[in-house]
Design a protein around this ligand. Structure first.
Ligand SMILES: *Cc1c(COP(=O)(O)O)cnc(C)c1O
Length: 378
C-alpha cells in the first residue's frame, strides 16, 4: 500500500517525513543484483535525512555487507545503536587519533601517511581496519600518486606488524563525463598495481558511488558505495526513480493548519509575492524553510492535497507556507503531500529541487529536526 494512501497524520501531528524502510531494503536488493558487487550502504548525514540507524538496518536487510559514513562520530552512533556490521568512515578532523574508531572497530579511510601512522598507533589487541583512499582526479583528499610509494610501503610494514589490516583501496569519481570517469578509473588501476607491487592485497577495491555503479559497469569492481540510490532517488538529471527501478523512501507531508476564503487582490505572505487573482481559498501548510522546504522554491513548489496538485502562493516562511486551492473543498486537517513516490501520486522530490535550483540530495538531507520521522514498512 502506498504511504500516500495511509490517510491522515496522527491526531495532533502537524508534519512528518514518512520513511518506508522496505523501500530502502528493496532498493539495495535491486542494486546489488544489478551491480553484482558488494554494497557499501552510505548512511552519512543521518541517512540522507531518512535516519541513519533505520536506514542502516534496512540496507543490511536488503543485502548490504558494509556501511559507509563521512565522520567517525556517525559510525560511533551506529555502534551505539547496536549495529555491529562493518562500517567505514572517510573524513577526519585534522590530527584525529582514531582511538575511538579503533575501540569501536570502525574502519577508516586513509588519505595520508600521517593518518596511516595515527591509525596504526591507535591499534590495540587487534589491527585497525583501513581503506587507503587514492586521488584519481576529484581534487579533494586521497593519497596523491607521488606518495603512493611511501604510503604503500608503510602500509605493508604496518600490516606485517599487525597494527593495521588493509581492507580496501578506494577513490571517488567526479561524474563529469564518462570520459572523465574512465580516466579516473585508469588512474585507479595504476594505484592498484602500485599497491600490488608492494605486496598489498586489499580485499575490496571500490570507486563507484550511485552514478557510476548504475551507469559504468567497469567501475563496479569489488564493491559499490551507494547513497542516493538506496533511498530510491536518481543520481541522474534525465532519469527518474521509476526509470531505474527504484522506489523513493521518503514522503514529506503535513496537515493543513488553516483554510480561509480570500477576496481578489488579497496579498499572501511576506512581500506580497502573490496576490489572489480572483476570490479563492488559501490553505496553510505548516512546513517552512526551518524544516528544509527551500525558500527559493516559493515560485514553482507544489503540493498534493486530495487528488489535486496546488502551487505555493507567496513566500515560503520559516515555519509555513500558503497554497492557493481555488474553489476546491480543502479543509483543515487534510493531508498536504510535498513529495514522495510519484507512483502513489505524490509530486517527485525533483520538482522541489528544480524549483530551488538544486538536486534531490540536498532536499532530503536538509529536512530539519523539527519534522518527526515516521517509519513504515512497505
Ligand atoms: C556520499 C558519498 C558516496 C555516496 O554517493 P551517492 O551519489 O549518494 O551514491 C559514496 N562515496 C563517497 C566517498 C561519498 O562521500
Amino acid at each position: 500500500m502506498s504511504t500516500l494512501a495511509r490517510g491522515a497524520l496522527k491526531d495532533g501531528d502537524m508534519r512528518e517525513a514518512v520513511i518506508d524502510t522496505t523501500a530502502i531494503a528493496d532498493n539495495v536488493q535491486h542494486l546489488r543484483r544489478l551491480t553484482n558487487a558488494e554494497v557499501i550502504a552510505v548512511v552519512k548525514a543521518d541517512g540522507y535525512g531518512h535516519g541513519a540507524v533505520r536506514s542502516a538496518r534496512a540496507a543490511l536487510a536488503g543485502g548490504a555487507s558494509r556501511l559507509g559514513v563521512a565522520d567517525i562520530g556517525e559510525a560511533l552512533a551506529l555502534r551505539a545503536a547496536g549495529i555491529d556490521a562493518p562500517v567505514v568512515a572517510w573524513l577526519h578532523a585534522p590530527g584525529s587519533t582514531f582511538l575511538d574508531a579503533a575501540a569501536a572497530r570502525v574502519e577508516v579511510g586513509i588519505s595520508s601517511l600521517q593518518q596511516l601512522r595515527a591509525a596504526a598507533a591507535a591499534a590495540d589487541s587487534q589491527p585497525v581496519g583501513v581503506h587507503l583512499k587514492v586521488e584519481t582526479g576529484l581534487g579533494r583528499n586521497g593519497i596523491p600518486p607521488a606518495a603512493y610509494g611511501d604510503v604503500f610501503a608503510e602500509t605493508a610494514r604496518l600490516e606485517r606488524e599487525g597494527r593495521i589490516e588493509l581492507v580496501g583501496l578506494f577513490s571517488h569519481l567526479s561524474n563529469t563525463s564518462e570520459a572523465d570517469d574512465r580516466a579516473a578509473l585508469a588512474r585507479f588501476r595504476v594505484a592498484s598495481e602500485a599497491a600490488a607491487a608492494q605486496g598489498l592485497r586489499p580485499r575490496l577495491r571500490h570507486i563507484a558511488a550511485s552514478h557510476a555503479a548504475i551507469d559504468l559497469p567497469e567501475a563496479r569492481l569489488d564493491a559499490v558505495r551507494l547513497g542516493i540510490s538506496i533511498y530510491g532517488l536518481s543520481p541522474f538529471a534525465d532519469r527518474t526513480s521509476a526509470d531505474l527501478g527504484l522506489r523513493p523512501a521518503m514522503t514529506l507531508r503535513a496537515s493543513v493548519a488553516a483554510v480561509r476564503r480570500a477576496p481578489a487582490g488579497q496579498g499572501v505572505s511576506y512581500g506580497y509575492l502573490h496576490r489572489a487573482p480572483r476570490e479563492t481559498t488559501l490553505a496553510l501548510v505548516p512546513l517552512g524553510y526551518a524544516d528544509g522546504v527551500p525558500r527559493n522554491a516559493s515560485q514553482g513548489g507544489a503540493v498534493r492535497i486530495g487528488d489535486e496538485v496546488f502551487p505555493v502562493a507567496g513566500r515560503i516562511a520559516m515555519d509555513q507556507f500558503v497554497v492557493d486551492v481555488g474553489d476546491h473543498p480543502v479543509a483543515v486537517g487534510d493531508t498536504a503531500v510535498l513529495f514522495g513516490d510519484p507512483a502513489t501520486g505524490a509530486p517527485p522530490v525533483e520538482a522541489w529541487a528544480a524549483s530551488a535550483d538544486t538536486i534531490n540530495y540536498e532536499i532530503v538531507t536538509r529536512i530539519g529536526p523539527r519534522v518527526p520521522r515516521v517509519e513504515v514498512h512497505g
